[in-house]
Design a protein around this ligand. Structure first.
Ligand SMILES: Nc1ncnc2c1ncn2[C@@H]1O[C@H](COP(=O)(O)OP(=O)(O)OP(=O)(O)O)[C@@H](O)[C@H]1O
Length: 260
C-alpha cells in the first residue's frame, strides 16, 4: 500500500486501446515509468501519447492489458488521488466562466464531500500552489483571459494542489516562451526531488536531453524505453518518427470512454 513518502512507479502491460470509431491508437504497449524520475514520452503526432495519459488516468478503458500505479489498479489509485494530470491546452474549454483560483481548487475536489466546500487546508494548498507557479496575482482572472504559458501554469498549480504523487503532463511546453519553459522545467526538477514521479510528453526533443532521466519512445506501441542517454539515439528516433503506423494490425479491439 503506497504511503505518503513513497515514490510510485507506473507499470503498463500489453495495453491496447481502440476508439469507438475502430481507430487503433495503442497496441500491445508495455513500459515502466520508474519511481522518482522525470520520464519523457516522445512520439510523432497521433502516436498515442495522449491516449496513454488518458488510460493511466482512467479516462479511457483499454481493450486489452493492465496499468498499475504504485502497484494499484488505476481505479484504486484514482480514489487515493495518486495521479494528477495537466491536459493538452486544446482539451480545455477556455470559455468556461471560471477563475484561475477555481481551476486550482478543482484539484482539491477529490478530497471534499459532495457539497465541495473547501476547508482551510484546501485554501492553503491552492494559494501555495498558485505561489509556486508564479500565478498568485492572476488568481481572480478568468481562465480564458490567460496567455498560453499562464494557462499551463494554472493547470500545473491544479496538479500541485491535488498532491498527486504521480504527475502526468501532456505537452506542457507547447505555446509557451523560453522563460516559462525553463520555469516549468525547474519546477519539475524540484518535484522530482520531493519524490514525485513525472511523465511528460513533448515535441521539444532538445529539452528532453537536458532534464529527463528516462525516455519512452512511442508510435502506437512502445518502441524503446530506458535512460535518456541510451534511448535517445538517432536510430531509435528515426524508427519512431519515420516508422510506419501499425495500420496493418487487426482493428478488432474497442475502447469506450469512461463516463465521468
Ligand atoms: N476520441 C477519439 N476518437 C477517435 N480517435 C481518436 C480519438 N482521440 C484520438 N484519436 C486517434 O488516436 C490516435 C492517437 O491520438 P493521440 O491523441 O493519443 O496522439 P498524440 O500522440 O497525443 O498526438 P499529438 O502529438 O498530435 O497530440 C490518433 O490517430 C487520433 O486521431
Amino acid at each position: 500500500m503506497p504511503t505518503a513518502t513513497q515514490t510510485l512507479n507506473i507499470s503498463v502491460n500489453n495495453l491496447s486501446v481502440t476508439y469507438s470509431n475502430a481507430k487503433l491508437a495503442l497496441y500491445n504497449a508495455s513500459c515502466t515509468v520508474e519511481p522518482g524520475t522525470i520520464t519523457a514520452l516522445v512520439g510523432p503526432n497521433g502516436s498515442g501519447k495522449s491516449t496513454l495519459f488518458k488510460s493511466i488516468m482512467g479516462f479511457l478503458k483499454p481493450t486489452q492489458g493492465q496499468i498499475h500505479v504504485g502497484g494499484l489498479t488505476v481505479q484504486k489509485a484514482q480514489k487515493k488521488q495518486l495521479m494528477a494530470y495537466v491536459p493538452q491546452s486544446d482539451e480545455v474549454d477556455w470559455n468556461f466562466p471560471v477563475s484561475v483560483y477555481d481551476v486550482v481548487m478543482m484539484g482539491r475536489y477529490g478530497y471534499m464531500n459532495l457539497l465541495r466546500i473547501p476547508g482551510s487546508k484546501d485554501r492553503r494548498l491552492v494559494m501555495e500552489s498558485l505561489e509556486r507557479v508564479g500565478m498568485i496575482d492572476f488568481r481572480h482572472h478568468q481562465i480564458g483571459e490567460l496567455s498560453g504559458g499562464q494557462k499551463k501554469r494554472a493547470f500545473l498549480a491544479r496538479a500541485l494542489a491535488q498532491e498527486g504523487k504521480v504527475i502526468l503532463l501532456d505537452e506542457p511546453f507547447t505555446g509557451v516562451d523560453v522563460k516559462t519553459e525553463k520555469r516549468i522545467i525547474d519546477l519539475l526538477i524540484q518535484l522530482r526531488e520531493e519524490g514525485h514521479t513525472i511523465l511528460v510528453s513533448t515535441h521539444d526533443l532538445a529539452s528532453v536531453l537536458t532534464f529527463c532521466d528516462r525516455t519512452i519512445l512511442l508510435n502506437q506501441t512502445i518502441l524503446a524505453s530506458g535512460t535518456t542517454e541510451e534511448t535517445f539515439t538517432e536510430e531509435n528516433l528515426s524508427m519512431t518518427f519515420d516508422g510506419l503506423p501499425i495500420s496493418s494490425l487487426p482493428q478488432m479491439y474497442h475502447t469506450s470512454e469512461v463516463d465521468r
